[in-house]
Design a protein around this ligand. Structure first.
Ligand SMILES: NC(=O)c1ccc[n+]([C@@H]2O[C@H](COP(=O)([O-])OP(=O)(O)OC[C@H]3O[C@@H](n4cnc5c(N)ncnc54)[C@H](OP(=O)(O)O)[C@@H]3O)[C@@H](O)[C@H]2O)c1
Length: 258
């Protein structure tokens, strides 16, 4: 089965209004997938869809808040009714927030767990029968923070560690039915993630400047670099890879304090 260049294949991409999810939408559409774009902001999703269609691609918009399980059920049902199935699921929607073990509020803990971990779980659960029907694949967008501990982003780190284990458990359970489940674990990537967490433009500038030294390859990543790995993992080129959580972080995960 050749997943690439097959216009009948459907790729569902959450977080498609911005950053890594948006880059994935373009990458999969470029390869002939019909892409289902999911996030809360429908105007942003429509703008992405228009851009894809202007280049001859196929995109549909399914707006919704993934912290609401009823909306997840409706989104998956609407996608299957409209597009006929689900071959690839990319769980890219996510948020970050500062906080330590001493000052993380229960509200922030719940908010991060809900969007970063509960939503990918329930998207995958609802999409599973459709992925099984087409022997499809899933890529979860985790983080280097899922594999390494960083200070002052406690709930984020724990949510992404959960995503990594969700990936392994689901991979094991779905392998017998021909569905692969993998995750990517990026280092710092230039997107709206940190600005949306309340960082000012100046704080973000300084954060990116510091990231040059915290990433051994000497720069932050671009969304298109992450989309390339996600596309590879979803495609038949990765047909014997499942349950993997792959660092794509300019070497950040290899560093230790000394
Ligand atoms: N950027 C980095 O440095 C970095 C590093 C490692 C991992 N990651 C991970 O990469 C993923 C994508 O983040 P990004 O960096 O591309 O950030 P981004 O530009 O802020 O994109 C986040 C996306 O998530 C969507 N989203 C947030 N809350 C949502 C909700 N309740 N329901 C539906 N969609 C929601 C946003 O869309 P709406 O606002 O329209 O809903 C947006 O499309 C995240 O899981 C993040 O943790 C990022």
């Amino acid at each position: 089965m050749d997943l690439e260049k097959d216009s009948k294949k459907v790729a569902v991409i959450t977080g498609a209004s911005s950053g890594i999810g948006k880059a994935c939408a373009f990458r999969f559409a470029d390869e002939g997938y019909s892409v289902a774009l999911v996030a809360r902001r429908s105007e942003e999703l429509s703008a992405v869809a228009r851009e894809i269609e202007a280049k001859g691609g196929k995109a549909s918009v399914f707006p919704g808040d993934l912290t609401d399980e009823k909306q997840i059920e409706d989104i998956v049902n609407n996608i299957v009714t409209t597009l006929g199935g689900i071959d690839v699921l990319v769980n890219a929607a996510g948020v970050i927030a500062n906080g330590t073990i001493e000052n993380t509020s229960i509200e922030d803990w719940d908010r991060l767990m809900n969007i970063n971990l509960r939503a990918p779980f329930y998207m995958l659960r609802c999409a599973a029968p459709h992925l099984i029907a087409g022997k499809g694949s899933v890529v979860n967008v985790s983080s280097v923070n899922g594999q390494r501990a960083f200070p002052n982003v406690l709930a984020y780190c724990v949510s992404k560690a959960g995503v990594d284990h969700l990936t392994r458990c689901a991979a094991l359970e779905l392998a017998g039915q021909g569905v692969r489940v993998n995750a990517v674990n990026p280092g710092v990537v230039r997107t709206n993630l940190h600005l949306n967490s309340g960082m000012t433009d100046e704080e973000y500038r300084q954060f990116l400047e510091r990231s040059v030294t915290t990433h051994p390859l000497g720069r932050v990543g671009e969304p298109e670099e992450i989309a390339e790995l996600i596309f590879f993992l979803a495609s038949d080129k990765a047909s014997w890879i499942t349950g993997e959580t792959i660092l794509i972080d300019g070497g950040r995960g290899q560093t230790c304090a000394r």
